[in-house]
Design a protein around this ligand. Structure first.
Ligand code: PPS
Length: 305
């Protein structure tokens, strides 16, 4: 039996209770993360690590697979060596689950490591700043983020129940969701990007022109790949291909944790899906609130392409 199957069998259907949520400096986190905050905060980054940072549902998994393909010179077989969450540990993930080892895996992984985080900039372990570790930040517009996050919260049974979309939009606008305020997250990382090696990319740009965005990543990582490999990366990381790839689509996680029959992890992978969800009234309220929260920033998002 493969290690993955064994882990799944171990987890079985024994679980899942309602999640406890506790704040860390005003940012909501699941209790197992808050309870283990000291080792997370003291995580030792290295200068040759690469960190992929994002708010929840911004296209992290997509970026992870692009980066893995780049690091493996477009060899998709090498990229099949393990699941996304085993290739790129989620540094703040420390729940008492045999699956998704996160922090523990990150600590024992040999260098060079590629790591994942959803932490807002102020909660990133300070060693990343000290070591001048390269960071790729992916940002996605608020409306598509909230819709994706809502469906994810419905299917991920270890997250708090989202309620209705109306309820969830309110919580999102008030920053009362796990990993905190989207508005503070995208602005915080935007402000940091001029003081640290951070490549700040947008989901919408990646959808519009993946080649152009992958070229930015290549430059940032000081890699040079042929046109042929670049095209291979674009194909292998397209939504339709990733949706069918069990190493990246999270279907190897037991149903007791992620129920893809409620909503698949690889759901729609598009920009502008919010239009199929928001009512006119919700949209007006959201826009009005958005203007206030985003006042004074040079950060601009596109909600359609
Ligand atoms: S997580 O759980 O926060 O790490 O999720 P994350 O990977 O950041 O975001 C998941 C959303 O990204 C979409 N996705 C993609 N879009 C386009 N192309 C590719 N290749 C791709 N891979 C993942 C995924 O479908 C989720 O968005 P929605 O809108 O829900 O479909």
């Amino acid at each position: 039996m493969s290690l993955e199957k064994k882990k799944n069998a171990q987890l079985n259907e024994e679980f899942v209770q309602e999640v406890e949520v506790i704040e860390i400096n005003g940012v909501l986190m699941i209790k197992t993360i808050s309870d283990n905050w000291d080792p997370i905060w003291n995580f030792q980054a290295k200068p040759n690590d690469l960190l992929i940072a994002s708010y929840v549902k911004a296209g992290t998994t997509w970026m992870q697979e692009i980066v893995d393909m780049i690091q493996n010179d477009g060899d998709e077989k090498k990229c099949q060596r393990a699941s996304t969450y085993d290739k790129h540990p989620f540094i703040e993930w420390k729940p008492d689950l045999p699956l998704l080892p996160g922090l523990d895996l990150a600590m024992k992984m040999p260098s060079p490591r590629t790591l994942k985080t959803h932490l807002p900039v102020q909660l990133l372990p300070p060693s990343f700043w000290k070591q001048n570790t390269k960071i790729i930040y992916v940002a996605r517009n608020a409306k598509d983020s909230v819709v994706s996050y809502y469906h994810f919260s419905r299917m991920l049974r270890i997250y708090p129940r989202p309620g209705t979309l109306e309820d969830f939009i309110k919580k999102f606008m008030n920053g009362r969701v796990l990993w905190g305020s989207w508005y503070d997250h995208v602005k915080g990382w935007w402000d940091k990007k001029d003081k640290h090696p951070i490549l700040y990319l947008f989901y919408e740009d990646m959808k519009e022109n993946p080649k152009r965005e992958i070229q930015k990543i290549l430059k940032f990582l000081e890699k040079d790949l042929s046109e042929e490999i670049l095209n291979k990366i674009i194909y292998h990381t397209s939504f339709d291909i990733m949706k069918e790839n069990p190493k990246v689509n999270y279907t190897t996680i037991p149903r007791a944790v992620m129920d893809h029959s409620i909503s698949p992890f690889m759901r729609k992978g598009m920009t502008g899906d919010w239009k199929n969800h928001f009512t006119v009234a919700q949209n007006e309220k959201f826009d009005e609130d958005y203007k206030k929260k985003m006042i004074g920033t040079s950060l601009i998002f596109r909600t359609e392409i």
